[in-house]
Design a binder for this molecule. Structure first.
Ligand SMILES: *Cc1c(COP(=O)(O)O)cnc(C)c1O
Length: 235
């Protein structure tokens, strides 16, 4: 009984969070005369308790972002048969030796960032007979510790990803430097996507998704604002 009540409280608060984020997204879109449905909400569920993820499914949400391949497999493989319209995005860094598992599980890989990975993904897609579209991760702040290509490298890499590796690249993704205002980074990413004729622009997290939408995000990746603070990752 107590557990049931907890689950109900969880669902109620997650439902309220989704409604609030949706409302904020719609306002940001309206401010720049964009339609609310031109922006996809990717609910980033990494390390969140299962009950919160189930609550999100219960309120009808289907597009989720995950950072860790193994955690995502454990969470989503058993749920997939019940939710055939799930849309799972990998938003964390991918090691080439996990490419097969990623291709089998995800519907969009947002973090393509090097030739070795492009080759591994390409090989796995051929082997599994499954084409998974990708986004190129761009390191807009050119931070040495962060994944992604420098903005000036993106065009040549896009051609290699398509021509050499035969990948379906649909857009760009970025995580701006934590210590800087994100707007110039968002503007740069959107401009680069426009120049390269790429339809998807994945940018904006809990702290800054309204700004990202005003600057052209087609996908925002929101975790804490939907699910609450993340517990520490268990290893
Ligand atoms: C964790 C994560 C998010 C979500 O961050 P919040 O601040 O919790 O909204 C978005 N994108 C990526 C790549 C992440 O790793």
């Amino acid at each position: 009984m107590a557990a049931d009540r907890d689950a109900q409280t969880e669902t109620a608060s997650i439902e309220a969070n989704f409604a609030a984020v949706r409302q904020t997204m719609a306002e940001a879109a309206a401010a720049v005369e964009r339609r609310a449905d031109s922006v996809t909400l990717v609910a980033v569920s990494k390390v969140q308790p299962e009950a919160r993820v189930d609550a999100a499914l219960q309120v009808g949400h289907r597009t989720f972002g995950e950072n860790y391949v193994q955690e995502a497999q454990e969470r989503w493989r058993p749920r997939r048969p019940r939710y055939p319209d799930l849309d799972l995005h990998l938003v964390g860094p991918l090691q080439s030796n996990k490419a097969g598992e990623a291709v089998a599980l995800f519907d969009l890989i947002q973090t393509l960032d090097r030739d070795k990975l492009a080759a591994a993904l390409s090989k796995e897609m051929a082997k599994q007979g499954r084409r998974v579209p990708c986004l190129i991760q761009v390191n807009t702040g050119e931070e040495p510790q962060k994944a992604g290509l420098a903005p000036l490298e993106v065009e040549a890499f896009l051609h290699r990803a398509r021509e050499t590796h035969g990948l379906e690249v649909r857009g760009l993704m970025a995580i701006p430097p934590a210590a800087e205002p994100p707007a110039p980074h968002f503007a740069l990413l959107a401009e680069l996507a426009r120049k390269l004729d790429l339809p998807i622009v994945s940018m904006g997290m809990s702290e800054d998704y309204p700004t990202a939408i005003r600057l052209g995000a087609t996908h925002v990746r929101v975790g804490t604002a939907l699910f609450g603070a993340r517990p520490e990752r268990k290893r």
